[in-house]
Write a protein that binds this ligand. Structure first.
Ligand code: CP3
Length: 340
């Protein structure tokens, strides 16, 4: 079994496997060169190029898993909301979903028909990788995808999202139900196309109180996870989730993703050692010197205590200005310092 899959299943490994969220992104000069000629959405819709981008960091960094090059918002474009990726603002939704009537206008579509290019990318990457390293698929969790539909883009307070949740709970639950069904199909399509693990990104769920998480989010995230093809490890990730970890674990996942705001050792003890954890170096730490990066890697490995079931990662995605040689220094440090 590959060390990454073994760690997801809490089996002993010879070293701690490592990969990075956004490992195939703008900090890589090869990626920027490709983006100079193709828009982000165009790139996602070109399986030949998306497969090449997926493979870039595997060769360049020596990471222990590849993550499919795609996006959590690809499934919402065919729902008729008008998705655009703007250079300055990131994702923009032109027809925001803010009422029960808006929810009813959404078109529930089958990802097999709307985003076949994602599955084709997965098939190509898997064929190119063979048994070298596993391929991770991913989707946004219902809350995080809903937050983009409601806010129309990035947000700070998630006020409009919460307003819909509180003002019209039945519209909220209808929206998350629709998203949960679509997300489960999206992930199952990726699994059928050869992805060997999947990560569910609930990146912005840390905006919620524990009570609101349990009432408005947990049942839908649980439905996604329970709807997945069995046998494929599920990584359940969020940021700002220090107050939500136990509830996230109840929602499900073989591996719980931790951001850098928590102590990995304490968080793992709270979750229980019968679940695996992933994390949790601050992405900004990659701007420190390689010696300092190494020291911080050692500290995180120390908190994991050599226990089976730790996947090393950043606490969130690689930042666009990150020096590539510092990323390589981090990956090398994880491998060297974790040899058992
Ligand atoms: O290497 C990888 O991790 C695989 C690819 C990947 C992308 N998006 C490509 C991408 C993954 C795993 C995602 C997930 C994703 N997309 C999330 C969850 C992860 C997270 O950061 O919490 C979210 C919230 C999105 C939505 C999204 N897509 C945003 C907010 C942005 C803009 C932010 C930015 O960095 O510009 C995107 C665009 C995007 N998705 C880029 C990449 C490489 C940058 C686009 C570009 O090339 O300009």
């Amino acid at each position: 079994m590959h060390p990454f899959i073994a760690a997801c299943r809490r089996q002993p490994t010879d070293f701690t496997p490592v990969w990075l969220m956004r490992q195939a992104g703008r900090y890589l000069p090869e990626y920027r060169a490709i983006r100079a000629r193709l828009g982000f959405l165009e790139l996602c819709k070109r399986p030949d190029v998306a497969a090449e981008v997926t493979l870039l960091p595997v060769e360049r960094l020596g990471v222990d898993a590849a993550i499919l090059f795609a996006d959590i918002l690809l499934i919402v474009e065919p729902m008729g909301v008008g998705l655009e990726f703007s250079r300055s603002e990131g994702p923009v939704i032109h027809r925001r979903v803010r009422s029960g009537a808006d929810v009813e206008r959404l078109v529930e579509r089958d990802p097999a028909e709307t985003v076949p290019f994602v599955f084709e990318t997965a098939r190509r990457v898997r064929a190119a990788l063979g048994d070298r390293v596993p391929l991770i698929g991913f989707a946004g969790a219902p809350f995080t995808v809903a937050s983009y539909l409601v806010e129309g883009g990035a947000a700070r307070e998630y006020l409009e999202t919460k307003r819909l949740m509180y003002a019209d709970p039945s519209a909220w639950h209808a929206l998350l139900g629709l998203l949960a069904r679509t997300i489960a199909r999206y992930l199952n399509g990726q699994i059928a196309a050869g992805t060997q693990a999947v990560q569910l990104f609930d990146s912005w769920v840390g905006a919620l109180s524990p009570d609101d998480y349990r009432e408005f989010v947990l049942p839908h995230t649980r439905a996604v996870i329970q709807g997945l093809t069995p046998g494929v490890p599920v990584i359940h990730f969020g940021t700002g989730t220090a107050g939500l970890l136990e509830a996230m674990r109840e929602a499900g996942g073989d591996v719980i993703g931790l951001d850098w705001r928590v102590d990995l050792g304490e968080a793992w003890a709270r979750l229980g050692h019968d679940v695996a954890v992933q994390g949790n170096l601050d992405p900004a730490a990659l701007f420190a010197s390689p010696a300092e990066i190494r020291r911080r890697v050692r500290a995180i490995l120390g908190r994991a205590g050599g226990r089976p079931g730790h996947v090393f990662n950043l606490g969130h995605g690689v930042l666009p200005e990150t020096p590539v040689d510092h990323v390589v220094a981090m990956v090398d440090a994880v491998h060297e310092l974790s040899v058992r």
